[in-house]
Write a protein that binds this ligand. Structure first.
Ligand SMILES: NC(=O)c1ccc[n+]([C@@H]2O[C@H](COP(=O)([O-])OP(=O)(O)OC[C@H]3O[C@@H](n4cnc5c(N)ncnc54)[C@H](OP(=O)(O)O)[C@@H]3O)[C@@H](O)[C@H]2O)c1
Length: 383
């Protein structure tokens, strides 16, 4: 094995650079941590890799793949440097420790241990037991700086009472309304086509889309995934419909068009809701589940969250109107927001604008796409 000719200072710099760049993808990968990795050969970084999006390959796998593509033989790779301890369990992808062992690399240097109490140290132990040299550069890419959202995800209370990571996405006018003013014109969206493309990408990277029955009744949506989103694994489509008002002849029940993906359709209602509607919806191909009621006589959101978790749903996209959005925000069930503000003023229905004064946001990012302003942020709660 070649000796690594890098000082601890250089390693620290590599780790800090990787961590900074990985952090740019924080909203794409959450609730996973943002991670970067590099392969070193002859004292140089020959390849880097990042966890680009939730469900996609991890940084270690990307870095090793990119290193292989350089043509430099694996026998000349000195070390894999990675901002966070490699995972040793199967999640959306196989364990990174398997990929590292298969690559033949003999040394792994990490900048931070896995903060998840269930996995901390396990990846490093597994590599050590397989005979690899493992080194920890303390404080080089501290997880509380690099991916604080991940600390919230693996918080002991959340592990005890798990619920999916929930991203609330909405499009609003400049004054915060989610429905455009009537004079805007038939079929006109608040946000533009570039924003819609982003939404399809996002839909392809969640396990479920959740909405309220009023949105179904007003908009007759389909909640499909179209390119540039990945239609191959479309998310479940989940309608919160306490009294089973979802129509059996809506577009949700149409087969997806060519090149589109549409996930299984679920309606969550109050237990014992209208038996005839229950049968009619199930005959139409909808899966209907009865849950407990909230004090306000809607389906209880805590039960919705638990039900989603039992279905294997870990990342949810909430695409609802102001009523359900407000309930989710009040309940503290929103972990992340993506808000598109289109170049239209006024509109119908309540404005979401007051929420921007109430939400405690973290790591906020403001950007533009097409003619729309986009706000992305993690949500710590509401005051
Ligand atoms: N611009 C955007 O991003 C966007 C996105 C979606 C919708 N919209 C617009 O929003 C409008 C509809 O707004 P909305 O606020 O009435 O629709 P919504 O929030 O999507 O749905 C509200 C309905 O959800 C049901 N629900 C079930 N469980 C609930 C719970 N725990 N808490 C609250 N509601 C629960 C309620 O009816 P039951 O209790 O009877 O089931 C309630 O009437 C439409 O005009 C649509 O175009 C805009």
């Amino acid at each position: 094995m070649a000796t690594l000719s890098l000082s601890e200072q250089s390693l620290r710099e590599i780790l800090v650079d990787l961590a900074k760049e990985a952090q740019l993808r924080r909203f794409e990968v959450a609730p996973n941590p943002a991670v970067g990795a590099a392969v070193i050969s002859g004292g140089q970084v020959i390849a880097r890799g990042f966890h680009e999006f939730w469900g996609g390959p991890h940084a270690e796998v990307e870095a090793l793949r990119n290193a292989a593509a350089t043509g430099i033989p694996a026998s000349a790779w000195d070390a894999l440097v990675v901002t966070l301890e490699p995972c040793s369990t199967t999640g959306k992808t196989p364990p990174c420790t398997d990929a590292i062992l298969a690559s033949g690399i003999r040394r792994v240097i990490v900048g931070s241990l896995d903060p998840d109490p269930r996995h901390r140290g396990a990846g490093l132990r597994q590599l050590q037991e397989a005979g690899l040299e493992v080194e920890f550069v303390p404080r080089a890419s501290e997880i509380d700086r690099v991916a604080p959202h991940f600390l919230r995800w693996v918080d002991i209370d959340r592990i005890r009472r798990p619920r999916p990571w929930t991203i609330a996405k909405w499009a609003q006018t400049r004054t915060g309304q989610l429905s455009p003013p009537p004079n805007v014109g038939e079929g006109r969206w608040i946000s533009g086509p570039e924003s819609l493309k982003e939404v399809h990408v996002l839909r392809g990277r969640v396990d479920a889309i959740v909405t309220g029955v009023t949105t179904v009744l007003y908009d007759n949506p389909r909640f499909t995934v179209r390119p540039p989103g990945n239609p191959a694994k479309p998310p479940l489509r989940v309608i919160l419909d306490s009294y089973l008002r979802t129509p059996t002849d809506g577009r949700l029940l149409e087969a997806p068009g060519e090149g589109e993906g549409a996930g299984a359709l679920h309606v969550l209602c109050q237990a014992g809701a209208n038996a005839a509607r229950h049968v009619a919806l199930e005959r139409a191909g909808v899966k209907v589940t009865g849950l407990r009621s909230s004090e306000e006589d809607h389906v209880a959101l805590r039960d919705v969250q638990e039900w989603l978790w039992t279905q294997g749903v870990r990342r949810v996209l909430l695409e609802a109107g102001p009523q359900l959005l407000t309930r989710y925000l009040e309940a503290g069930f929103v972990d992340q927001i993506r808000v598109y503000t289109g170049p239209v003023s006024g509109g119908e229905g309540p404005s979401m604008a007051p929420w921007f004064g109430k939400l405690r946001m973290a790591e906020r990012l403001d950007r533009e796409v097409g003619g729309d302003a986009v706000l992305e942020s993690f949500v710590l709660g509401a005051s």
